[in-house]
Design a binder for this molecule. Sequence first.
Ligand code: SIN
Length: 305
Amino acid sequence: MVNTAVNLCGVELENPVIPASGAFGYGREFAEIYDINCLGAFAIKGTTAYPRFGNPTPRIADAPGGMLNSVGLQNPGVEDVVNVELPALAKVYSKKVLANVCGFSIGEYVSVAERLDAEDIVGWIELNVSCPNVHGGGMSFGACCEGAAAVTREVKRVTKKPVIVKLTPNVTDIVPIARACADAGADGLSLINTVLAMRIDPAARRPVLANVTGGLSGGAVFPIALRMVYQVYEAVDIPIVGMGGVSTARDVIEMMLAGATAVGVGAANLTNPFAAKEIIEALPAEMEKYGITNLVDIIGGAHNG
Ligand code: SIN
């Protein structure tokens, strides 16, 4: 009998598997096809103060080993999330969500986080300072230490729940940014968001995506994400949610050995809507295969000394 339980910033999870923001909507569609209470938790779609239609189409493109998206933070706005999405979710889901909070100013991050912090179903605030698909928000805060720290510090002032800062891989060195967030009071970090990328249509001689660039996710980015989780684990003492191309129980174990306390599953949900459930079901056998009794015991296990 193996134990898959982990503790993420003071909240107990039955298992570490967390569908990542943007790949699971607000949970409703997935709840129609399986009981999503099997999840450790999940992260809701990035939420802004006001509704957003997102970027023009095409905003999805195929890529070797993954996909590109340039959705542009389409979401119904925080009031709709609080009044419609979260109450609907609470009817079918009894666990906690990570509320992914986005903004175009520090004030917007603060107001959205404060509003979501008051909701029972919200277990953590996930501060999205890493969306590569918008101009003037998202990644523009998270690509430098000062911006990431400023958002973290101000949001911490208005929230009681743990604040997990979602980092971008689109920087020369993710480690100083991770440290800056930890020093500014972050309770945890999630990484990585998507990798800035593009495709070109040779016939049209134009970028495939209307936004020109988009974020690459899927199996192709797994080794990059794993490397960054490994590096960040050595630099900070706060829990990490490792994500980026995770699609198997073995990937979960690798992420935890690199230093993740919990593991996000993103693009895999889009090609197989049962992906997260199947990973959870496969986890005990995978643990037995590697002689793991308690999953928490392997966190950071790939580091020497
Ligand atoms: C998007 O809505 O463009 C993706 C969200 C993200 O990358 O954080």
